[in-house]
Design a protein around this ligand. Structure first.
Ligand SMILES: Cc1ncc(COP(=O)(O)O)c(C=O)c1O
Length: 506
């Protein structure tokens, strides 16, 4: 139940406050309800998919899963509504989502935030427009740049070599960039980062809007922020024109379930809808749609309490590591605030450089020897992502295991000397032009300095491309690639060992 207050002025200037109780529909889950009632009808399926309500799903898969679940895997027909042209349950569920986030419209995505990022760039910009972005954007943003044909104006993200951490763009950096390139059509922000770093969104968005610029936010990691007052501001509350969230990353939707929020006076919603429709499959998975529907319901009704608990669990783990494991460190919200950013404390970044082992090596030890799988590791850090389903016991085991590892694996007993490289920002050619060009050749990575890259190379996760088409390859980047190539596969490498790179041949 929501409460609305309005006041009227009575004679003698007395104010009468009228309280109107508005029945909120947030407890409803229209997509799930329709699918459940469909599943219970046990209809004869003469539609796709071929497994026919789960009947022919392989026995081995069925042994491990509940057969009933496959009755939710249907195709588009009137009863279950259409994602591309919603008129009933999907329409209602998207309206509830928009209401929960306080935006004009929300569109469900069944291929993750990845296509949301592409859709935002394609909706907001025409080919040849320029867009200001932080160079540590996700690889799907680079895909959006290539597809849309925009000119990226990169902001070099601040790198803290003590914390081994890359930040997102600051207000000052975006203001400088807008002053320098006033013709820019839009600004694209990633917040929070993989590590949970949140930039000063409200101030940045207000500035951009004053200058008539469209603001898009990749909030893949921030779908939960709006549901708990202790967490940093979300892009929807800060006034972004477009924002995409992976409902599956921290909230409880199934993988691939994301949402694109529209809240703009500068853009046409119908255009956004058409572009999203061009990028989505015509056979959306209804289980994913139902899970987005229920994730919203759950977060709206119970998010405040749930995330109070998750915040406490995260702070317990952070505290334990900082007090009891001297070779590992977790930065705190205070540390990040002093550096001018905010932190979503539910993300746990654990710096392991004093172990003499890389983050990758410890990630492998955790997985192979202790049955603990992290979301991400790099040379310097481990990242644990907490979510709706996290319980304290998991974190108790995790921190005790880290302590055990710190004793059993003393590593090389020396600190790493490798540094996070500055990402290249010199764009020589438009990414789309190089991507589509046939003047491409392969050369040794060792000889690539100074050439124009013609390929995307992305250590994954976190999925930030270290090389993108059209940019000048720097010495620092070459050295970094050679170093990490010996430790981990890099997404985009075309042979077993990353020893060559594609460049634009003049
Ligand atoms: C910052 C960021 N943006 C976008 C994505 C892509 O999200 P999805 O996996 O939902 O496609 C990721 C994935 O890790 C990400 O970290």
């Amino acid at each position: 139940m929501e409460e609305a207050r309005s006041s009227i002025l009575l004679p003698g200037n007395k104010v009468k406050v009228i309280i109107i109780m508005i029945v909120s529909n947030q407890h409803k889950a229209p997509i799930f309800d329709v699918l459940l009632s469909h599943a219970k009808r046990n209809v004869i399926s003469l539609h796709c998919p071929g497994h026919k309500n789960g009947r022919s799903i392989d026995r081995k898969l069925k042994e491990y899963t509940n057969e009933e679940v496959y009755k939710f895997d249907v195709t588009v027909f009137d009863e279950v509504d259409s994602l591309h042209d919603p008129v009933s349950s999907i329409k209602k569920s998207q309206e509830l989502m928009a209401q929960a986030y306080g935006v004009k419209n929300s569109i469900f995505l069944v291929n993750g935030t990845s296509i949301g990022n592409m859709a935002m760039l394609l909706s907001a910009c025409d080919s040849g427009d320029s867009v200001i972005l932080s160079r540590n954007s996700h690889k799907s943003v680079i895909a959006g740049i290539i597809l849309s044909g925009v000119w990226p104006i990169w902001i070099q993200p601040k790198i803290d070599q003590d914390l081994d951490l890359i930040f997102n763009s600051t207000y000052e950096q975006i203001k400088d960039s807008l002053d320098k390139y006033p013709e820019t059509k839009a600004v694209f922000i990633t917040s929070p980062t993989y590590n949970g770093i949140v930039t000063d969104l409200k101030k940045i968005i207000d500035l951009c809007h004053k200058r008539g610029k469209i603001v898009m936010v990749d909030e893949a990691h921030g779908g939960h922020l709006i549901f708990n007052k202790k967490l940093p501001i979300s892009a929807t509350s800060a006034g972004a024109d477009l924002c995409v969230q992976s409902t599956h990353k921290v909230l409880s939707a199934l993988s691939q379930g994301s949402v694109l929020h529209f809240n703009s006076n500068l853009l046409d919603f119908n255009k956004v809808k058409k572009i999203v429709s061009m990028l989505q499959t015509t056979s959306p998975n209804y289980l994913i749609l139902a899970s987005i529907d229920l994730a919203r319901r759950q977060a709206f009704l119970y998010g405040e309490k749930k995330f109070n608990n998750i915040i406490n669990i995260a702070e317990y783990a952070r505290d334990y590591i900082n007090k009891h494991i001297k070779q590992m460190q977790c930065f705190t919200r205070n540390t990040i605030k002093k550096l001018g950013f905010d932190l979503d404390v539910t993300k746990l970044t654990i710096n392991v450089t004093k172990m003499g082992l890389s983050g990758y090596e410890i990630e492998n030890i955790l997985s192979n020897k202790y049955n603990i799988q992290l979301d991400y590791a790099d040379m310097f850090n481990l990242i644990a992502i907490l979510g709706e389903g996290t319980i304290k016991k998991d974190l108790e085991i995790f921190v005790r295991t880290l302590k055990d590892i710190s004793k059993k694996y003393p590593g090389l007993q020396k600190n790493w000397t490798l540094k996070i490289p500055s990402l290249a920002t010199e764009m020589v050619m438009k990414p789309r032009e190089v991507f589509l060009s046939d003047k491409i050749k392969k050369i040794s990575l060792k000889k690539a300095v100074g050439h124009v890259a013609a390929q995307v190379l992305t250590p994954y996760p976190p999925g930030i491309p270290i090389i993108i088409p059209g940019e000048r390859i720097t010495k620092e980047i070459c050295e970094y690639l050679l170093e990490i190539a010996s430790k981990k596969r890099v997404s985009g490498q075309e042979s077993d060992m990353l020893s060559t790179i594609k460049i634009f041949a003049k």
